[in-house]
Design a protein around this ligand. Structure first.
Ligand code: ADP
Ligand code: MG
Length: 364
């Protein structure tokens, strides 16, 4: 998978910009803080996932005062050229085209371009709450099978509506409330079971890849016990069938005004050796595991899709000590990568191409 050219119009702080990354290997994007380095990677990520990897809402991506942002790219995949274009409106109605053909549903763009993002926030993957780990699994599922995006969207919608109903019911299970709940529960159980089955399968496929990526990073970072292995386990917030669990939790849900069981309450448990990584691992181990999770996911997508995603490395080396930085560089799979840094590229990183960003302008 290759990104050949990128054009931005009114995206974040870019009025107009054009980037030609190196076709293979590392393109380094330098510039002081706040000049637009992350924005550039965010634009590439947007074309791949139709979301900001920093979790920013769509309207934040449109340049202040501009009516619309456009991100366009020429990409190459299995020898075939693709022209991708996304038009972002602050109101949220995006329009996308592939090879100048408008797509009926924006989500049909998913899968055309694949990226793997490494960002300083990735530590949260290991250290933070379960939401980040669910997001990690769900993003990988969409990368592997774009149709999962529809399941996830449906699930979010049903959950929102069910929760609104629970709040409005004020704890009273009137016949009307019960009848409507039955409808939402059936939909929630259906989409929920589908998603959880996929998340479980993914977890099993990831475990050996994450474990070996962790061993590689941890060993190079000279962490003790780098060989112990990583264990991943999907932990559902219920047992048995989801429909039955929702029925059993109904009284509780009505009292509390929220849905207390379902895929939105599940966890991806991570252990280094026998110890839970979130609470027991050292900062160094947690950082290495975060890298291991990203690298493992990257390898799985590359293996299954047959073509490596474009790597987006946002400011990751400034956070890493020399050993871990070297470990990451060593572990980086072959292929195209865009790396941002406020300083100089990490020692050992061989830049094929360097661009400077200043105030939303790309300088050669
Ligand atoms: N929608 C927007 N319109 C105009 N400027 C924006 C918008 N969103 C962010 N910016 C500007 O972009 C800059 C941040 O760019 P960023 O890529 O995060 O910097 P860095 O180079 O440190 O990674 C900030 O100065 C911010 O004001
Ligand atoms: Mg940045």
């Amino acid at each position: 998978m290759q990104l050949e050219r990128l054009w931005l119009t009114d995206f974040r702080n870019y009025a107009a910009a054009e980037l030609h990354p190196a076709p293979d290997g590392l393109t380094v994007v330098t510039g002081a803080n706040g000049e637009g380095k992350t924005n550039l990677l965010e634009a590439v990520g947007y074309l791949a996932t139709l979301r900001s990897f920093r979790g920013a809402p769509g309207e934040a991506l449109v340049r202040a005062g501009a009516p619309v942002a456009v991100v366009r790219a020429e990409a190459r995949r299995d020898g075939r050229g693709l022209l991708l274009e996304a038009e972002l409106h602050p109101t949220g109605r995006d329009r996308v085209q592939v090879n100048r053909q408008p797509l009926k549903r924006t989500r049909d763009l998913l899968g055309a371009l694949q990226v793997t993002v490494f960002a300083p926030d990735d530590l949260e993957l290991v250290k933070g709450g379960p939401a980040a780990r669910r997001r990690y699994l769900d993003d990988l599922l969409v990368a592997l099978h774009p149709r999962h995006d529809a399941t996830q969207t449906e699930l979010d919608r049903v959950l929102r509506q069910r929760n609104t109903l629970l709040r409005q019911a004020g704890g009273r299970a009137t016949p009307d409330v019960v009848a409507t709940l039955e409808v939402w529960d059936a939909k929630l159980a259906d989409a929920g079971e589908k998603l959880v089955t996929a998340r479980r399968g993914l977890t099993a496929a990831l475990e050996p890849l994450v474990s070996s990526a962790y061993a590689q990073v941890a060993e190079a970072a000279r962490l003790r016990g780098s060989h112990v292995g990583v264990r991943l386990a999907y932990q559902a917030s219920w047992e048995g069938g989801l429909a039955a669990a929702l029925a059993a939790a109904r009284g509780d849900d009505l009292r509390r005004g929220v849905t207390t069981v379902g895929p939105h309450r599940d966890e991806l448990g991570c252990w280094i050796g026998d110890l839970p990584a979130r609470t027991h691992a050292s900062q160094g181990e947690q950082r290495s595991l975060a890298l291991g999770l990203r690298l493992g996911g990257h390898r799985l997508v590359a293996e299954r899709i047959g073509s490596a995603p474009v790597l987006l490395l946002d400011d990751v080396f400034s956070e890493l000590d020399a050993d871990r930085s070297a470990a990451l560089l060593d572990a980086l799979p072959a292929g195209q990568a865009l790396l941002t840094t406020a300083g100089s590229p990490p020692p050992g990183a061989e830049a094929r191409h360097v661009v400077r960003v200043e105030g939303g302008k790309l300088l050669p």
